[in-house]
Write a protein that binds this ligand. Sequence first.
Ligand code: KIV
Length: 266
Amino acid sequence: MKKITAVDIMKMKAEGRKIPVLTAYSAQMAKILDEAGIAMFIVGDSAGMVEAGYENTLPVTVDEIIYHTRAVARGRQNALIVSDMPFASYQVSPEEAKRNACRLIKEGGAEAVKLEGGKRMANTVKAIAEIDIPVMGHIGLTPQSIHRMGGYRVQGKTRTDAEVIMEDAYAIAEAGAFSIVLEGIPGNLAKEITEALSIPTIGIGAGAGCDGQVLVVNDMLGLNCDAKCPKYVKKYADLRTVITKAVGEYIKDVEEGRFPSKENTY
Ligand code: KIV
């Protein structure tokens, strides 16, 4: 397989090919996902929640995203790496946004950046795209806006809200984004946006009408969520149970003197 670029991701939409995307945060996981054929990794600020244990994504720093991006870049061969711009790294001014986007590329090894927000962020998307850094938009349920939204709530449920999200999608595409994440919006709205835009839409909790899909890898592998797992997550494995069982056996083996055995001893 050949190295995938932002241009290839745009071509996939033009050719009617669906785009499988996952988050990645570590070299080991990136290697496994890359070898399995994932086209694009998002080094999401979700790392702050699923890897670092923060309550939400707001405390995540540019340095933390750089750390995870470098790890992912060491593990992957082919997939495109898109790094999240964390809260407060792009909201203050387009100048600061450009500086931080450059850091993610230069110090992290990212090949594109992602930022949250619609119309009001269009100038920032444009500014970053104009310095030749591919930008992915992210609209609908934007986790960095948790305080404004009053929680992680599905967005665009009324006609008026849906129209605002549609305008956001147009604004981000016109600003020069190469693709856009649609999160937590009704499936029919996501389908409408997908049909209206020439750039690929990547859905998370946005139904099957998007050009691609992304999940947080810890969620889909069953590492992260228990009974409270959001409806949009499909668990493709139950690694939490696998790990709990393996560790239980290890504890017993150590306690009862079965590990290390002769084969594990020099
Ligand atoms: O932070 C994240 O992981 C994301 C993706 C799920 C889109 O924003």
